[in-house]
Each structure stands twice: as structure tokens, then as C-alpha cells.
Write a new protein. Sequence first.
Length: 384
Amino acid sequence: MKKPIRIVNGVCSSVNPAGCFDNVCRWIEAEKKSPRIENGPRSVLILGCSGGYGLAARIATAFGAGARTLGVSYERPPTVRKHGSPGWYNNQAFDMASAEAGLFSETLLGDAFSNATREAVIDRVKRNGMGAFDLVVYSLASPARLDPSTGEIYRSVIKPVGEKLVGSTLDVATGNITEISLEPATAEEIAATVKVMGGEDWKLWIEALQAADILANNFKTIALSYIGPDATHAIYRSGTLGKAKEHLEATAFEINELIARNQGRAYVSVNRALVTRASVMIPIMSAYLCALNKVLKAKGLNENCHQQMSRLLRERLYNNDSQVATDNQGRIRLDDWEMREDVQRETAEILERLTPDNVRELTDWEGCCDELFGLFGLSPEDRA
Ligand code: NAD
């Protein structure tokens, strides 16, 4: 009898390499159909290139602007006994499609938090002729970070800050709703999460690339953040992850001072909540995500990672206006459709009525579940 395919803690018991290839090809095809990104980047570094927003940015800059891309990610190649991680197959698919299209691409597997990986990137750029970077995309999502200066390992936690949180969470892989209760994070846990997901490593990257003189004049760098509505604030924006994102957002100002001599600009883009390997691990967010998708789909406003990155590049970063549109805190807002008043009102109404019995009827759980298994290249037929 066939064993059921399960996803536990973001890890799936199966991966379909051909499905991963199809996913990458679908985004590439969509990108090829979009208008070219005029005056887009020519040489791009993507940190966290193998999935979610990083992969989407890589596809959009390569196939939409013709950029040479260097990607870094932490993925596991297959062995004789075990399949590789989905991101490994995504990288393969991207590199093959780039080669077919005559686009330069190179992909490094390594810990982006380490100085060794920074040195490897610098070494590659000096030898491979791809030229100084005019865009650096920082799109890492990691549970842990080894601080290269002290050797200490920090682990991020997903917890509320200040007060205990009690709420219901939806397992996107099964559709089951359970009650959870999370104690508030300690000061140490908050600091560790900021160390992993805050802006320290982003700044170390820019400092290293600047010192190696491989940042082009007028280059841009972008990191990604999330805010979300009141319903998710306790677990996200006012929680440990939000503290890390506040740090990331503040780091953009520090980087801007650092790169003034390159006439460079650092931005943080606040993106919409989407099903990725990182986001489904966040309790409470998952129920919100399934409700949100139902509303966005009904209104024709649902975007995937690729569509978000396409909008970021075409309508914000390279829209030929001298100024990139930001909010009053200097952040680019790509969560504008998610945060629309009508979208939020209707999503909140769904969440208020949500019970274990009406998940399928009220939310887009099925769509989100397909997306989640789809990240491992698995179609509904593969799971049947
Ligand atoms: P993802 O899990 O799809 O991708 C994470 C990437 O980081 C992968 O390429 C992975 O290989 C890489 N990575 C992780 N640890 C690494 C390490 N030590 N060294 C090298 N590479 C490493 O995640 P995602 O959801 O696309 O998240 C990317 C960014 O976008 C994060 O900063 C996240 O907070 C932000 N964001 C996500 C959402 C969402 O809903 N998914 C919304 C807004 C912002």
C-alpha cells in the first residue's frame, strides 16, 4: 500500500523533481510574457535564491531584464538513498533554463551567514566576469544563524512578546484546526530571533561587497518584510518575528549611509503573506492566509511570489520615476492589496466564523494545501 505523503514542520516525506522543474518553468513562462523591465538590473546577487520570493526575484531579473544572476541558497542535493530538497531541484531548473536562454547564471550552495560564503561569492564575481552587482536581493528565511564573528549559534523562535497568546491554528497540510497556547518569548529569545532574521547579516553582506569593490554605482539592495493585520499582530508584527523585521527595516537606513558613496539605495519591501516553506511554519498565520486567499481570489487580487516580485521590479524599483514610491517610513508596500480595507474586513469576518467544520467552505484551504504540496513539486494526483 502507498504510504501517505506528509508534511511535518515544513518537511515533506516526498519530493517530485519533475514537479519542481514545472513550477520554475511556469514562473519563467509567465515572466517571458510580461513586458520587458526597461533599464532593469544587469548583474544581480540573490541571497536565498532557491524558493519563494528569492527564486521569484531571480526569475524576474533574469528573464524580464536579461540580468546575469548569482544565487546563494542552503539546499540539500540528492544522494543514492534520499531525494534532495525542493530548492535544489529549483536551482537546477533555473540554471538549465537560463543556459537554454543564453543567460548567465551561477548558483552556490552554502550558508549565506558565513564569511566563507561571502568570500566565495566575491571570488566568483571577480573570476566569472558577471560584473559588479547593480541589485542585491536579500531573501533569506532561516531558523538559525551561526554568528561568524563569535561562532555562537542563534535560533529564532516564533512567539508573542509580552503576553501569552492563545488562539487557533490551521495545519495547511491537513486542514485540521487546533488550539494553541504560546508563552511570551524571553529577552534572550527575542534577541536570538533578531540575530537570525534581523538586518545584521544583510549589512555584513553589503559591507563585504563594498570592500571588495563589486557594487556598481547606483546599485540597489532590497530585503523583505511583513506587517499584516491586527489578527496576526500578536504572533507576527508584535511578536519575535516582528522585532526582527523592525531591526531589518532600521538596518536599511544604516546601509543607506554606508552606500552613499556608491550612490546606492537600500530598500525594504513589505510583501504580502503567501504560502512558502517559511510562512506555513508560523502558527495562527496559516488560518489567516487561507481566509485571505479566499477573499483575494474572489476579488481577482491574488498574487503569487512571482507576480509580487514582478510588480516590485516593474512598478517600484525600475519604473523610470526618479523616486521609488514608499510609505512614510521609507518602505515599499507590496502588501497594498492584502491590506485593502474591504479585503481585511471580509477576511476578519471569515476568521470570526471559522470552526474545524467549515474550513473547506469558508476559506481557500484546499488551494493553500495544493500550493504547499506544490512547493515540493507534488500535484494533487501525486498525493492521491
Ligand atoms: P523560503 O523559505 O521560500 O526561502 C528561503 C530561502 O532562504 C531559500 O532559498 C533557502 O535556501 C534560503 N536559506 C535559508 N537559510 C539559508 C542559509 N543559512 N544560507 C543560504 N540560504 C539560506 O522563504 P520566503 O517566504 O520566500 O521568505 C523570504 C523572505 O521574505 C523572508 O525574509 C521573509 O520574512 C519575507 N517575507 C515572506 C512572506 C511570506 O508570506 N512568505 C511575506 C513577506 C515577507
